[in-house]
Design a protein around this ligand. Structure first.
Ligand code: FAD
Length: 413
């Protein structure tokens, strides 16, 4: 009873990502739209809480899509709690440090040790992983406990009581107790919840993503160093930056290269031109030039944003949003996947306490109140990093670099 009304502190938020150890005495039929990272995390947590969960995914198969993802301790902590610690260790790379460099000459302006320090300070490690490997890990965790329907595009939903339902593109209508819109950045369910179309906001940026073979890098002394050191390296330049790190047992080097958008599309799978990429980053230090010569192909992704929503729960109280469907964010704080998985975790905790249908709507509002301030703040801070990474050469960039150099001098004694 008090959950919907209580004032919730940060400690409460941390607590709600723990498994309550309970099983709902009023189990629901829950339909999750979207088998992404957030949908799978929610499915696992809700199934463990005693509910009957079905995921509907439009893709015909779960394939090898995406590129590298950074896993911050708030995300790895949850997966370790779920018993995935060893699997995770086996398919990730632990960055030893983050090194921030000047675009033009590669001068090291900022450096922070990560490695074990991250675990000592935050209680969980920082990992780099391929999205496909993280997806498989969550898939293996959730799918034995749920019903998964692939090739099942949801065309519309009926959010209204007494009989909420989803309708597939085949015309099949499936009644359900609760609908979770985990359908990603172009969410259709979001429009039902907010009551109309919402417009994505162009951030002005686009990102090339590419994976380079480290076997090729090892043939060049200066590039070999990037692999051996196992640091995450960021090159900051006017209106553009690069983030680079090893994934997959250091066999692959993942590159995310952000630059002013010149007409790309908002898609995780759109191809870009490797030659255009090299031209767009001409003038970066010689190591970057060499690295980019090794790029065989690239994907290009227009970075769109959406302002935080004022609500995630449909007025009738049987539809709720999760992950990129309600809080898509720029990747500049590496929190897109982490926030989606946290959402699922908290829904699982709340609904493990369900003992009566009258609690469904209050629990959804409690979820919204727990999550919305945290995800909105994260969306805003990702936007702020866009500014900080991209200062034009001049006074603001010099002040930024000087404060980083100062911290670097202190860290290195
Ligand atoms: P998503 O992971 O986007 O999942 C949404 C799912 O919903 C998708 O599987 C989609 O097919 C499905 N869906 C959408 N509409 C419907 C519908 N009407 N009916 C049924 N199913 C539907 N982030 C990175 O940082 N690096 C990457 O390389 C990267 N690659 C990605 C590649 C792909 C193909 C996708 C979908 C996402 C990628 N992301 C990447 C984004 C990252 O995974 C998300 O930001 C984050 O995990 C939040 O996940 P989510 O579950 O909210 O949404």
């Amino acid at each position: 009873k008090p959950l919907a009304e209580a004032k919730l502190s940060t400690a409460d938020i941390k607590h709600t990502t723990l498994y309550s150890g309970r099983t709902a005495s009023y189990p629901l039929n829950i339909s999750i739209i979207g088998c992404g990272l957030g949908g799978l995390a929610a499915a696992f947590c809700l199934a463990r809480a005693g509910h009957k969960v079905s995921i509907f995914e439009s893709a015909p198969a779960i394939g090898e899509v995406g590129a590298g993802i950074q896993m911050t301790p708030n995300l790895t902590r949850l997966l370790i709690r779920w018993g995935c610690g060893d699997v995770l260790k086996a398919c990730t790379v632990t960055p030893s440090a983050i090194a921030l460099r000047r675009w033009k000459d590669g001068e090291l302006v900022g450096w922070t040790r990560w490695g074990d320090d991250m675990e000592n300070e935050h209680g969980a490690p920082y990992y780099h992983i391929h999205r496909a490997d993280l997806h498989k890990l969550l898939f293996d965790l959730a799918v034995p406990h749920i019903n998964l329907h692939l090739s099942s595009r949801v065309d519309s939903i009926n959010p209204s009581l007494p009989s909420p339902s989803i309708t597939l593109s085949t015309g099949q209508v499936i009644p359900t107790d609760l609908i979770i819109g985990a359908d990603g950045v172009k969410s259709m369910i979001r429009e039902v919840v907010v009551g109309g179309p919402d417009r994505p906001v162009a951030t002005g940026d686009a990102a090339y993503r590419a994976i380079v073979s480290t076997d090729d890098m090892m043939k060049d002394e200066t590039l070999k160093h990037l692999v051996d050191e196992q640091e995450m390296t960021g090159w900051m330049g006017p209106e553009r930056h690069i983030m680079a790190y090893c994934i997959r047992a250091k066999k692959e080097y993942n590159l995310v290269m952000v630059h002013p958008d010149d007409g790309s599309v908002e898609s995780w799978t759109a191809e870009g031109s490797a030659d255009k990429l090299r031209a767009d980053f001409a003038g970066f230090e010689p190591r970057v030039e060499k690295l980019l010569k090794l790029v065989p192909s690239t994907l290009k992704w227009k970075l769109m944003d959406r302002a935080p929503l004022h609500k995630w729960v449909h007025d009738e109280g049987r539809v709720v949003l999760l992950g990129d469907a309600c809080h898509p964010m720029l990747p500049y704080r590496a929190q897109g996947a982490a926030m989606a998985v946290e959402d699922g975790c908290i829904l699982g905790n709340l609904f493990s306490r369900l003992s009566h249908p009258s609690q469904i709507t209050p629990f959804l509002h409690a979820y919204e109140r727990l999550r919305l301030p945290r995800t909105s703040a994260t969306q805003a801070s990702a936007r702020l990093n866009q500014k900080i990474f991209h200062y034009p050469d001049g006074p603001e960039q010099q002040a930024r670099d000087e404060s980083m150099r100062k911290a670097l001098r202190i860290a290195r004694g």
